[in-house]
Design a protein around this ligand. Structure first.
Ligand code: HEM
Length: 396
């Protein structure tokens, strides 16, 4: 039986037994969040088919929470495309799509390779190193900073804000100090981007420059321009960090699969896809609010109730994946939901896959004797992101 609070330390170290129980229940699991007075809780959807249906339902289960909140109380979150419905969503997504297209991402390969090689040079100098701190943390934020056009010397500040926000706004964690820090980080980040965008000259060819021009041409408001910059940083940093760390973790704890990949490097993309399924970096997509009654396992979800699509639980559903708890780099088909579905499907998917392909490919080439130091590294106490606290390795 799942208790009132399934989010214990044991859950953070291994959430999949709890998700199995949630999938097996007769009705969807109602998560009480008494500390979140606005909602009181949410329905957790955990089976593959129900998560897939929900993600596709932009109409029955929209995300635009602005409508529920007076203008004076809105924050940057309320202007992000992830929390918008069409037509605002369509307009905002079109403004920032080009750098994330196939052609746009291919243009970044040289820059990503340069960043990866610089970090690998540092790793090579050590007998033992924490892969998360030395590699997985700096790479995504450095790449997004270049794309956005934020000064590189601010990368650590931006990284710290995203981590504080990720914990502060994780509604399954009842920690008032973390929530307060999350609110402060949101305010500081909003001030930072407002001031940055007010500067007369922006680095040419960057997303900040492009959004500033869009706002001058009234394609979006200044608030919307600033909020999309924040979204790209928040959506792209910890998710990609987790993918890199989780890929290394899955390979080091499955030496047979690592050996296979070394013999058949053409399996690299398929390996990355399996990491996304097996240890989904973004464990739960954002809340949906029922606009129409929605039936799930015979239970009716009422209008206005919140629903959490748990993609990590769907990715381990035996009704969809044979032997779902086995890490298999040759798994086919592998239609996991790690990047979501429907109109909100991840905009940065190609970028994240490309970063992982370049990073893991070059790392394995350069360090043929790479080894884990601990057999059971610890995971952070989070339910939103699946991120390791540290991953000590010997480059060899
Ligand atoms: C492994 C890395 C990543 C994973 C697992 C991931 C996962 C996701 C998921 C599940 C969603 C849908 C959320 C929902 O429907 O509630 C999403 C949306 C989004 N992601 Fe990613 N993401 C990753 C990397 C990135 C990167 C690198 C960027 C950009 C720098 C990015 C930008 C976005 C944006 C802008 C959205 C909102 C799209 C919309 O609402 O139309 N993501 N991501």
């Amino acid at each position: 039986m799942i208790g009132d609070n399934p989010f214990t330390e044991a859950f953070f170290q291994d959430p999949y037994p709890v998700y199995r129980q949630m999938r097996d229940q007769e009705s969807p699991y109602w998560l009480e969040t008494p500390h979140d007075a606005k909602s009181g809780g949410c329905w957790m959807f955990t089976r593959y088919d129900e998560v897939k249906d929900l993600l596709r339902k932009a109409h029955d289960a929209p995300q635009d929470i602005k409508r529920l909140i007076p203008e004076s109380q809105r924050t940057a979150f309320h202007y992000m495309l992830l929390y918008s419905d069409p037509p605002d969503h369509t307009r905002l997504r079109s403004l920032i799509s080009t750098p994330f297209s196939r052609a746009g991402v291919n243009r970044l390969d040289a820059m990503i390779t340069r960043q990866v090689d610089q970090l690998l040079d540092v790793i090579q100098e050590h007998d033992e190193v924490d892969f998360i701190a030395a590699f997985a943390e700096p790479l995504p934020v450095n790449v997004i900073s270049e794309l956005l056009g934020t000064p590189i010397e601010d990368a650590t500040l931006l990284r710290d804000w995203t981590v504080t926000l990720g914990r502060g706004f994780d509604s399954t964690i009842n920690d008032p100090v973390a929530s307060q820090r999350g609110v402060e980080a949101l305010q500081e980040m909003t001030r930072y981007f407002t001031e940055l965008m007010a500067r007369p000259n922006q680095p040419p060819g960057t997303i900040i420059e492009s959004l500033k021009n869009d706002s001058a041409a009234q394609k979006c408001s200044p608030q919307e321009a600033m909020a999309q910059c924040m979204l790209l940083l928040l959506a792209g940093h910890e998710t990609t960090l987790s993918l890199l760390g989780n890929a290394m973790y899955c390979l080091l704890t499955n030496p047979g699969e690592l050996a296979k990949l070394r013999q058949q490097p053409e399996l690299l993309d398929s390996m990355i896809n399996e990491v996304l399924r097996f240890e989904a970096p973004f464990q739960r997509a954002v809340f949906r609010v029922a606009a129409e009654p929605i039936t799930c396992r015979g239970h009716q979800i009422q209008v206005g109730e919140r629903i959490s699509p748990v993609v990590s639980a769907a990715n381990r559903d035996p009704a969809q994946f044979a032997e779902p708890d086995r890490f298999d780099i040759e798994r086919k088909p592998n239609r996991h939901l790690a990047f979501g579905l429907g109109i909100h499907r991840c905009l940065g998917e190609k970028l994240a896959r490309s970063e992982a392909r370049i990073a893991i490919g070059r790392l394995l080439q350069r360090f043929p004797h790479l080894q884990a130091v601990e057999s059971k590294p610890r995971w952070k106490a989070r339910s939103l992101f699946r991120t390791l606290q540290s991953l000590p390795v010997k480059p060899g």
